[in-house]
Ligand binder design. Structure first.
Ligand SMILES: [Zn+2]
Length: 248
């Protein structure tokens, strides 16, 4: 499908402009190769107009309706139709354009839990969401470095830290069951976020806020991007029962 045809059918528009690497205090020495203007436009065809966080939440509301309807629908074929409908108002970028580059419009630091599938719950296609996933959605070094790349090279204007209900990693951090040495490392930052007496729900939200704080506390690139208005960082939780994402 041509760009103009898609532009008529899909939400278009551009999000915040690119980050000037030279303006960053610790600008990385690497950078994206210049991209042809036409390719750049093609890759941005799915960029929602306005606030990218609101766009994620709006898409999620559509997902949530279908998710809840699927729960009440016993017929497998009808369920499949509901599932397919989630993507009805979504957007697609030509694979041939994706083969040449990417221009994601949101970064997600989310849990590895199999029930938290970002493309599904935000009704997004390939090329839209830049993702780092690990159990407990923790801002490990590799996660922060990946987000530095997303923001400074791919010009991603939003990072959303996404936790979820019944998170096993947060439960493990709150518990006292013996863990393997590597799992002990994994829950260490989650434990650092815990507040005594908090419920699991509060602990999950607190862990998201903590991870979001770590992104800027430990990365000058992300801190500078945020303070200059090029980057917004938020945290949210996904409720598995309702399918709804709520900003915390
Ligand atoms: Zn989890």
């Amino acid at each position: 499908m041509s760009l103009s045809r898609r532009a008529l059918l899909q939400l278009t528009g551009t999000v915040a402009g690119g980050l000037a690497l030279s303006q960053l205090p610790h600008a990385p020495t690497w950078a994206a190769k210049p991209m042809a203007a036409e390719l750049d436009r093609e890759l941005k065809v799915c960029d929602p107009p306005g606030d990218p966080l609101q766009a994620l939440l709006e898409r999620n509301r559509g997902f949530s309706k279908a998710w809840q309807a699927m729960d009440k629908e016993p017929d497998p074929e009808a369920r499949m139709r509901l599932q397919a409908g989630i993507y009805k108002s979504g957007c697609q970028i030509d694979p041939s354009a994706l083969d040449q580059g990417q221009r994601p419009w949101a970064g997600l630091l989310s849990c590895a839990d199999a029930r938290v599938a970002p493309e599904f719950i935000f009704a997004s296609g390939s090329g839209e969401l830049f993702q780092v996933r690990s159990a407990g959605n923790t801002a490990f070094d590799e996660a922060i470095a990946s987000m530095e790349y997303a923001v400074s090279v791919l010009q991603v204007p939003l990072i959303l830290v996404l936790g979820h209900s019944s998170c096993g990693a947060v439960k493990a951090a709150m518990g006292s069951d013996p863990l393997t040495p590597l799992l002990e490392e994994l829950v260490k930052p989650i434990r650092a976020s815990l507040v005594s007496g908090d419920s699991l729900t509060k602990a999950i939200a607190g862990n998201c806020r903590y991870a979001a704080g770590q992104l800027t506390a430990r990365s000058a690139v992300l801190r500078e991007a945020q303070s200059s208005g090029k980057l917004a960082i938020h945290s949210a939780t996904f409720d598995i029962a309702t399918g709804l994402v709520t900003v915390v």
